[in-house]
Design a protein around this ligand. Structure first.
Ligand code: BGP
Length: 477
């Protein structure tokens, strides 16, 4: 079912695991200004670091000081690939510095060397919600065209430095988040108020889509540079694929589904894979009275920066309808209408394994390039039992069903390069800032109050996944 050389692995992001937020020359990224929240309490951005607030990224699970142990555990699991991100502000602490921080560069040298020692391929995201805070404060984030240059400088620096250590790269994590108000802060670096809830920001749509255009250009420039620096590099886009179904077979629901799917899922990928804006984007801009400023060279830049593969996160699906009054549910970045045929996680994300087969076929049908599932997993409360073990059978069941359906998609003949479970070890939840919402195959002893020894413990899913990798996806029991 799974081809030889299939890249099995696990994933993390710097802001959710590294900690050491002001150590080793690093300065604040935007995430270091996000407070802790919960399912019922939105995370807030504060322009200053307030003494009486908790900022979960500051220590996170201290991967910065535990990377050797963590990578050894991933190797023990048999991982062929480890997806992680570089914290931009560890390399260029202010974002606009002329020269990079050698100490920051050395940290990732060590991390990648450690991966190599175990023959594990790093899969590196250049920007996973980690824009240096100074770029947000001083320049207005990607709303300012100048920030493209700073990103390009950062990208070229790390692509050059790690050209013999890293082969697989992603430019912007969940870039399509930028099509929604929630993406202002984390993808685009736009703050319209001193203090705001990330799920509910003051949104200037014109500014947001202009900033997204700049992010496309930044991504394209990085892809072009990557191919020049090392022609063997494989660079991907990264889309949060929000799989949507029409709630009913009323044509109105299907049309709404199509419209949302186009702008939320297809728009960014069309630009990054095909190198041009799709027709429906212009229609959308017109409808919303948006004027996106294109400079003369922009079309060319986009054309020259097409990605080699399509990567995406897949957690859940939801329904859409034009009818009012239906029960709604939460989801990754975007909630929707409840699907009567699906169950949801404790955080209200609807579990839909068959949806991953549908999604893989849908993407492959549209783009025909290799795909990579770089995030898939279950956020749940894990308890340590009397014998010190974590019996996370619910996580195993979730992963098993999704892997089975990926296998079926492979039988359908799609081209899938690999799969990285979210997440390698427990880490800070991006949406809620909690530790309690655990995704890891490896448990980390830390709670929402910040207490814990940071001790790593293998969960039951760790042993299960080891067998999955060992048998190349044959043994899922
Ligand atoms: C994606 C992010 C990840 C990760 C995941 C789970 O959107 O790329 O960083 O956090 O979602 O989301 P959450 O942590 O909100 O449950």
């Amino acid at each position: 079912m799974f081809p030889n050389g299939f890249l099995w692995g696990a994933a993390v992001a710097a802001n959710q695991c590294e900690g050491a937020w002001n150590i080793g020359g690093k300065k604040e990224s935007i995430c270091d200004h996000l407070t802790a929240g919960s399912l019922h309490k939105n995370r807030r951005f504060t322009s200053e670091i307030l003494a009486d607030e908790k900022y979960p990224s500051h220590e996170a699970v201290d991967f910065y000081h535990h990377y050797q142990q963590d990578i050894a555990l991933l190797a023990e699991m048999g991982c062929k690939v480890f997806r992680l991100s570089i914290a931009w502000s560890r390399i260029f602490p202010n974002g606009d510095d002329e020269t990079p921080s050698e100490e920051g560069l050395r940290f990732y040298d060590n991390v990648f060397d450690e991966c190599r020692r175990y023959h594990m391929e790093p899969l590196v995201t250049l920007s996973h919600f980690e824009i240096p805070h100074n770029l947000v404060k001083r320049y207005g984030g990607f709303a300012n065209r100048e920030v493209i240059t700073f990103f390009e400088r950062y990208a070229k620096t790390v692509l050059e430095r790690y050209k013999d250590k890293v082969k697989y790269w992603l430019t912007f994590n969940e870039i399509n988040f930028g099509t929604m108000p929630m993406g202002n802060l984390e993808v685009l670096g736009i703050i319209n108020q001193e203090e705001e809830e990330i799920a509910n920001p003051l949104d200037d749509m014109q500014l947001r889509f202009q900033a997204l255009h700049h992010v496309f250009l930044a991504s394209a420039r990085a892809v072009k540079a990557a191919h020049e620096i090392n022609p063997d590099f494989k660079v991907g886009c990264m889309i949060a694929h929000i799989t949507m179904y029409p709630l009913t077979c009323r044509p109105e629901d299907l049309l709404l589904q199509q419209e949302l799917d186009q702008i939320i899922n297809n728009f960014c990928a069309d630009v990054q894979v095909r190198g041009a804006y799709p027709y429906f984007a212009f229609n959308y801009f017109q409808k919303h009275d948006l004027q996106i400023l294109f400079e003369r060279e922009d079309q060319q830049i986009l054309k020259e920066g097409c990605v080699d593969f399509y990567s995406f996160s897949y957690y859940m699906s939801n329904c859409v309808t034009t009818e009012e009054g239906h029960e709604t549910t939460m989801g990754n970045l975007l909630g929707g209408v409840k699907n009567p045929y699906l169950k949801a996680s404790e955080w209200g994300w609807q579990v839909d394994p068959k949806g991953i087969r549908y999604t893989l076929n849908k993407i492959y049908d549209r783009y025909g390039i290799p795909m990579f599932v770089v995030e898939n997993g279950l956020g749940a409360v894990d308890e340590i039992d009397g014998s010190g073990e974590i019996q996370d059978d619910y996580r195993i069941a979730y992963l098993k069903e999704h892997i089975l359906e990926m296998g079926r998609a492979l039988e359908d003949q799609v081209d899938l390069m690999g799969y990285t479970v979210w997440s390698a070890m427990d880490l800070v939840s991006s949406g809620t800032g909690e530790m309690k919402k655990r995704y890891g195959l490896i448990h980390v002893d830390k709670d929402d109050t910040g207490n814990g020894t940071l001790k790593r413990t293998r969960k039951k899913s760790f042993y299960w996944y080891r067998k999955v990798i060992e048998t190349n996806g044959e043994d899922l029991e």
